[in-house]
Write a protein of this length. Sequence first.
Length: 140
Amino acid sequence: MRKNKKAASISTFIEAGVSIEGTITFENTIRLDGKLKGKISGNSGTVIIGEKGDMQADINAAVVVIMGQVQGTVVATERIEIYPPARVAGDIQAPVVSIESGVVFNGNCSMKVPQISSERGNDAKKQLPSGKENKGNKIL
């Protein structure tokens, strides 16, 4: 597996030598190469833990890419990618998980696909071939 070279542009960068204690909430893409103790939350964003990153944090995002150290629970709604020299100690959960050879991972992995709500499921049943409409029980 190869790293995605065309990742979205990074909107926030925490460089090596910076230490934070608390909660980081973000949108878009954030890269962390410093130290963090707390929580990282970006439900629709991407978090990248760089090779020098040292996180003692629970991470919640759409996409999580880890190349550094993480102690804590990692939950992603889309995917988790873990590349060497990463060291992860904690549980991870995402519908798609990629762990490359050379990574140290100690924890549990759960690959859950997001469930479609009953409303969306009903809408999907109403979809018809192109050019047709569903009006009540009539197909036009």
